[in-house]
Design a protein around this ligand. Sequence first.
Ligand code: NAI
Length: 256
Amino acid sequence: ARRVVVTGSASGIGRAAADMLRARGDRVVGVDLKEAEVCADLSAPEGRRAALEALTALFGDGLDAVVACAGIAAPVPEAVGVNYFGVTELLTGLRPLLARGTDPRAVTVGSITVTQPFDAELVEACLAGDEPSALRLAQEAAGRGEQRRIYPSSKNALVRWVRRTCVAPGWADAGIPLNAVGPGTVRTPMTDWIFADPEMKAVMDAAVPMPLNGYASPEAVAKALLWLADPDNTHVTGQLVYVDGGAEAVLRGDAA
Ligand code: NAI
């Protein structure tokens, strides 16, 4: 049985991942706002600190995998707090526990939206670890009517952080792969409101074409997360693995 932390475990992709891991006998500790073993608000530094304290108390002798799914899609500055800092600070804080684990692995959730327009300054502030500036830039983007760039920016920064960090000291050289999956449109509570609005659904379908099997289930994405977090994954690191029904191939055409 592996010792696994799953964030966003109360809903959608995180819940599917936690259920699948538990079904095979792993010891899963979920982190979420509510309905989880560790209840914490990952949008803010205090919540992340509290979560790390609780997880360190539980897994001080070693942690085998982290599956970081918590995220929000709302076009608000808070998305930067949850989707970027909530993931990167948690993974950074859990790395020493992973280093004491067996076949340790870490994986998170990017998005097909990294192919969409983003705010370059906001991405740089994230990568610099400057949360106050990142939140201010997100607020300013919203003020200019560019709030739709906040979520893609948070995911863009996250995926770039994964690429940088996977080969930084303490990760690859400690035998810890670090990856992300890039879902297209997934049927979860996050996207329910879009499906409820025919106009929004048409916008989304145009933005994220999925010729292979249409919208994904949360389980389809969770299976990819679980493989990346499994001991079977010995050599994949720093990758954004699209689980998107072909959307990225349609949108980016001939790019290698
Ligand atoms: P969901 O809304 O069903 O689940 C997200 C979970 O994260 C919820 O349980 C929520 O309470 C938790 N969460 C949100 N804010 C939090 C906070 N401040 N602290 C702690 N937990 C918090 O969403 P879904 O669809 O399962 O999304 C999971 C991940 O997949 C997210 O990172 C999302 O950005 C990403 N994603 C989802 C897609 C979709 O179409 N549903 C597409 C691409 C990426």
